[in-house]
Every structure is written in C-alpha cells, then in structure tokens.
Design a protein around this ligand. Structure first.
Ligand code: FHN
Length: 464
C-alpha cells in the first residue's frame, strides 16, 4: 500500500508487496460462462436505460485547467497532471485542498433523474490515482488524504438506490500515482510503463480496490478506462473480467477492461473475442447501428471531462437531445458527462442543459427507453426508434404537410403524435412503396417531435 503525504509532503512508500498481499483480493479460480438468454437477462436493464450520466470528479477539479497561472491546452481538465507535467509530490498537495463541502449526492441524483437518465457512472479512480472512495489499498483517497475526510461514492450509491437509478463506477487501469507504474518519459506520464517485478502487485492492488467497490457502493457497471498500456495484456483482462463476474455475476463490464478497442470509435477488433460486455465510442456516435452489439457513446457537454473554468464550448440542448435520439436510433446508449467543481457542485451550464434534455424526455421518453435500432437505413427528416409493433419517428425537420416514410411495407394500424395525450389518429395514406402521414402545421417540439406508428404486434416494421 502506498500512503499519501507524510508531514514532509513526501510519499511514504511502505512495504507494498507485504501489505497488499495482506488485503483481500479476488479468488483466482474465477471462470464465467453464460448462455445468450443469461446474457440478455444481465444486460436487460442497461439496454432499457439508453441514457446515463457520466461524472468526472477528482483533485483535477481544483486547478480546473490552470496551472501556475497558465491554462493548459484545450482538452480534458482531468489530464492536467500529465499536460502540465506536474511532479507527483506537487500534485498530491491538491489532496490537502479537496474539501467539497457543497457536495449534495441527493441533488445530483435528482438532477440526473429529472434529465431522464437511468444510471450514473462516476470516476472512482482516474488516471491520477486519487480515489473518491475509502480504500484500504491506498490512503490516497478522499476519506484519508483530504480535509473532507469522507468516502464520496457510498452516499451517491445510496441516493441512486433510493431514487431508482443504477450506480456505476469508472476505474482507470493506468495509474500515474501507484509506484508499480512509472511515467512514460520526463515529459509525460501517459502511457505508463510497469516495473515487471511489480505487475502482479499492481493487479492485486486493482483487485483489492475493485472488491472494495463491489463490497461497498456495489456498482452495477464497472466502466474501465486507461487500458491502452503496453504492459496490460488481453489475458490480464480476461482473468480480471472472469474474477469480477465470479464475484458479482450480474455486473456489467465495458470493453475497456480488454485490449480490443479500436481507439475512439470504441468497438473491438474483429479478430477474436475480447473481454468486456459493450463497446465504448467516445465523443462520437457510430454512423449506423451495429446489430447484435451492445454499445454506449460517452460524450462531454463541452470539451472537457473534468471541470475547467475556461471551457465554455457548451453543446446546445437541441444537440444533446438529438444525440440521445441518434444513439438510440442505432441501438446504443448515450452517456453524457458532467465535471463537478472542487466544492462539489455541478456547473450551472451543465444543470441548465440537463434540465432542458429532461423537459424533452419527460414528454418523449417512451420513444427512447427500451427501444431498438431503426429499420430504416437513412431518414432525411430525422431518426426512428422502435419497439415490437411500434415505430417512433423522430422528426427534426417538420414538413409543410406530409411526412413521407420511405419503403414501409407493413400495414399501419394507427399513427399519432406522442405529445398528444388524446393520441388523435393522423391521416395515413400509401404512396407507392412509401407511406405519407398528414401532420399538423406546427411541430409539437422544435427540437424533435415524435410520430408514433402502430404497425401491429406481429409486424416487424419491415422496410423494403
Ligand atoms: O483519458 C480518458 C479521459 O480522461 C476520459 O476519462 C475519457 C472518458 O471516456 N476516457 C479516456 C480518453 O479516452
């Protein structure tokens, strides 16, 4: 175990192997196999959810993009230890300032819920190695190294369960603080190297912490990151995946535990099966759906994951709502990020956007939750999601008179506006291979209006 600041401000590295070995890890006899129907049952709530909140929070919120009077280049505020090349003992001093007295987990969960989100993924340990949860594996955490002096994840997990959201945690394999890893060179920590004789120790450290997370706040998803390391091998990932699934069979684990991810597009290479349950496109939404593949696009609201005072490049509510729709129309989940302040508040600009998305979701959530990908290759006026017997046509560009639905073969039982509480039938006619739906002059919602088309329970909304 490595301890944070001694009185001299230096790291006091105790007998790591001895102490780490003494801490509980995960049984090594883990093997996991599951049938497709068992997998479908495990993934069911996640596929139903479609929309979640990502939270990047840690010591990096204190500098908030600025170091020694200069803002680091645009990008992730959570990378400042690397981008400003801050020596470990100097960066550690931030822990002494971390005191989020305005942290209100109940308010965070209320905000996410009001936004229409069904789960929250929060950083338990980012690349800088600082933990938001109390860990016996290292004192470099919110409970033991900060004036705040308390675990930050358990209260959020409890609030999630109280308010009906799923609690999930992000965990970085790359760790710029742990002594088993060492910096890439004198200009950067990323990507780290590992002292070969200490790799087993670090994996044991990770297992201890992951077991603490599962035994404590008990996340439903383990969202790994920082896997792009020369020393992290697929076998390490498979072993860890199997151990975690053995420990908590229902846990869902992203593909960044493994080594198959093809960069920011987020899907695994096709040459073999890699560890992990879903793909993780980042800052992008795939062009088309990916039949039979579970995936989740994660995205910032501005350009940084961790809080930065200088990043004002906020996406509009319209853009965010249409991203939720676009992602669901391709059969994926949308994980939208906030970077809380060092005081523990979600920035007002983020709050306003979450509230705006929530207003749309309150009326139209049925067209997102539990839906699957569109049967149409491309729609010029918007997107489509579906459920058995129903199509949800998301109209971005409201037509003057008729909405043309190309190549819809099935018989239409009824069409109506989702925003219409009376579900007044719309006039539907067939025009060759297409279907025309007569729409009112004014769109119910300027961002996206949903036309529900009932094609009968048996129909599969087949399209020519
Ligand atoms: O380096 C991280 C980054 O800080 C952030 O956590 C994103 C979110 O998915 N993941 C990595 C960049 O791909």
């Amino acid at each position: 175990m490595h301890r944070p600041l001694s009185s001299s401000g230096q790291i006091v590295v105790l007998g790591t192997v001895l102490l780490a070995a003494a801490l509980p890890t995960i049984a090594a006899d883990a093997t996991v196999s599951e049938t497709q129907s068992e997998r479908d049952a495990r993934m069911a709530w996640w596929r139903e959810a479609r929309f979640g909140l990502f939270v990047h929070w840690g010591l990096y919120a204190i500098p908030a993009g600025e170091w020694k009077g200069k803002f680091v280049p645009p990008g992730g505020g959570e990378w400042i230890m690397n981008t400003a090349n801050i020596p470990i003992p100097e960066y550690e001093q931030l822990a002494k300032q971390f005191n989020p007295v305005k942290y209100d987990p109940a308010a965070w969960v209320r905000l996410a819920k009001a936004a229409g989100m069904k789960y929250i993924v929060i950083t338990s340990k980012h690349h800088d190695g600082f933990c938001l949860f109390d860990s016996k594996a290292t004192d470099y955490n919110a409970a033991r190294a900060t004036p705040y002096g308390k675990d930050l994840l358990r209260p959020l997990a409890d609030e999630c369960r109280k308010q009906g959201l799923k609690f999930c945690t992000y965990y970085s394999i790359m760790d710029w603080h742990h002594p088993a890893q060492y910096r890439h060179n004198d200009k950067a920590y990323n990507p780290t190297n590992i002292h070969p004789e200490r790799k087993a120790e670090y994996i044991s450290f990770m297992e201890t912490q992951l077991k603490e997370l599962l035994d404590g706040p008990n996340p439903e998803v383990l969202w790994f990151d920082g896997e792009w390391l020369p020393w992290w091998k697929e076998q390490d990932a498979v072993d860890l995946y199997n151990k975690l699934r053995k420990l908590k069979p229902s846990v869902i684990i992203n593909n960044r535990i493994g080594t198959g991810r093809q960069g920011m597009q987020g899907m695994d290479k096709k040459d073999r099966k890699y560890a992990g349950d879903f793909g993780t496109p980042e800052q992008e939404i795939p062009e088309t759906g990916l039949p039979g593949v579970d995936w989740e696009s994660c995205m910032t609201m501005n350009d940084t994951w961790g809080f930065r005072t200088d990043d004002k490049n906020w996406k509009s509510v319209e853009k965010l709502v249409r991203n939720v729709i676009d992602t669901a129309s391709k059969g994926g989940n949308y994980l939208l990020n906030v970077g809380p302040t060092p005081e523990g508040e979600i920035p007002q600009a983020s709050v306003e956007r979450l509230e705006g998305v929530g207003r749309w979701m309150a009326v139209n959530g049925e067209s997102i939750y539990g839906t699957t990908a569109s049967p149409f290759r491309k729609l010029t006026w918007g997107r489509c999601t579906r459920k058995p017997g129903k199509l949800y046509l998301h109209v971005f560009d409201w037509p003057k008179k008729e909405l043309i639905v190309p190549g819809l073969k099935d018989t239409i039982e009824k069409a109506y506006l989702l925003a219409d509480p009376h579900k007044k039938p719309l006039t539907v006619s067939r025009k060759g291979d297409d279907v025309a739906i007569l729409l009112p002059e004014k769109a119910p919602d300027p961002i996206a209006s949903v036309v529900v088309v009932q094609v009968g329970p048996a129909a599969s909304a087949s399209v020519r």
